[in-house]
Ligand binder design. Structure first.
Ligand SMILES: Cc1ncc(COP(=O)(O)O)c(C=O)c1O
Length: 414
């Protein structure tokens, strides 16, 4: 029994992940094990909890900033954990990763320009591009027997278009779980640089890396030209609602412009809770993160074995990083609304693949950052309903329809 086996005491309906209103909207019922929103059903590490309690106990909330302390803690973490040297002067603090991307898009492109994203993609990328008045250009990843690769020929063609000025890279990749290798990133940077396209590298999942894989930041590949890196402690430490994002770039001109814009909007300092929780997390969170990684990796191994033995019609893409696993249900014969109906009927609260790519109708994404018992229960129920649905299909009986929502989420995070 580990710390992560204990579900936090009744988490409360106001968490998006558990909110019956959202569950009903997405799955057609609120009776599901919620494995959709990309946050955690684990309690945070003790040093973070202690720091938050210390701040609350003071009962006093005077102006109090410490961006320098945040940047020092982050850069020390990256040196320790990823062998990456980051200069504390080249950071800027920002409320979250999506707000950083939204600002960077506005700095790097003009209204009407295009921004490339690779699909399947974290679905908020499309929103962050289109709501900035920019056009979305999609470059599909290549699916080779479940393992995903960048399509360099497609990238070459699309990045060469005059109106494509920026690209969002997701590394590690949500939802397919790839941890991009240095050689893959070098090849991408070579194409982007040749076409004067700036890469906005979203590295929010950089600490969730499994055995045999190594995180390479874009900053280790091309620290100066065109590239910027953004992250936050949200995914690593489960600090989703008290997160504190940052941008890092050695592109002085871009950093200067970004700082001026962010400062002009008074966006560059976190509140005391985010600030001191972030420092505590990066300074004292190593052991907790190591234990988390061991737990998540064992959960992924359990799923792999379960699928192989009990549900061979469902295939999982190799899990290299992130706590999202990407399942291909093509061999079940179910897709789109029929597949969504089985999610609701089995109480298996995974996210439909169409949120990440309109063509991914046979895929689902499962967030495995939950106690193993919950995962095991959810997969067993999914198997029972899928088995019945596959039998029904074999007998020519149409599956019961779903009242689950067809499109992407209406909220602004998951
Ligand atoms: C790739 C990626 N980027 C950004 C976010 C959201 O970041 P933030 O809450 O800091 O805006 C998520 C959350 O799931 C994510 O997966």
């Amino acid at each position: 029994m580990t710390l992560f086996d204990i579900a936090p005491a009744k988490t409360g309906d106001t968490f998006v992940r558990h909110d019956p209103k959202f569950l009903d909207m997405v799955f057609g019922t609120d009776q599901v094990t919620p494995l959709w929103v990309a946050d955690m059903d684990f309690a945070v590490a003790a040093p973070i909890q202690e720091e938050l309690s210390r701040l609350a106990d003071r009962g006093q909330f005077a102006y109090e900033f410490n961006s320098k302390g945040v940047f020092a803690a982050i850069s020390d973490w990256f040196r320790r954990r990823h062998d990456l040297i980051l200069d504390v002067e080249k950071f800027e603090q920002i409320p979250g990763v999506l707000s950083a991307i939204a600002l960077l898009i506005r700095e790097l492109t003009e209204p009407g320009d295009s921004v490339l994203m690779q699909v399947p993609a974290y679905h908020q990328f499309a929103k962050v591009i289109s709501t900035a008045g920019r056009k979305i250009v999609k470059s599909p990843l290549r699916n080779i027997d479940g393992a995903y690769e960048m399509d360099y020929a497609d990238l070459e063609e699309k990045l060469s278009a005059a109106d494509v000025k920026a690209m969002i890279l997701c590394n590690p990749h949500n939802p397919v779980g790839r941890v991009w290798r240095r050689d893959e990133l070098e090849k991408l940077v070579e194409v982007a640089n040749r076409h004067n396209v700036t890469i906005i590298s979203d590295e929010i999942h950089s600490d969730i890396i499994y055995t045999g894989h190594r995180f390479t930041s874009l900053m280790a590949v091309d620290p100066k030209i065109h590239v910027s890196v953004i992250g936050s402690p949200a995914k690593t430490f489960g600090m989703h609602s008290i997160s504190n994002g940052y941008i890092y770039t050695a592109n002085e001109e871009l950093l200067d412009r970004f700082k001026k814009t962010a400062e002009s909007m008074y966006l560059t300092h976190g509140n005391a809770f985010t600030t001191f929780a972030t420092i505590a997390a990066y300074e004292k969170g190593d052991v907790w993160v190591d234990e988390l990684l061991t737990y998540l990796e064992a959960t992924a191994a359990w799923i792999d074995q379960f699928l192989e033995e009990e549900l061979p019609a469902v295939k999982m893409s190799p899990v290299e990083g992130t706590y999202q696993v990407w399942l291909d249900c093509s061999a079940t014969g179910l897709a789109g609304d029929d597949l969504k109906a089985t999610l609701g009927q089995s109480g298996f609260g995974a996210t439909p693949g169409t949120w990440f790519d309109q063509d991914a109708t046979q895929f689902i994404r499962v967030n495995i950052a939950a106690p193993r018992a919950e995962i095991e229960k959810a997969f067993s129920q999914f198997k029972s309903v899928l088995d019945r649905a596959m039998d029904a299909r074999a007998q020519g009986i149409a599956p019961a329809g779903s009242k689950a929502c067809a499109g992407a989420s209406t909220n602004s995070c998951c």
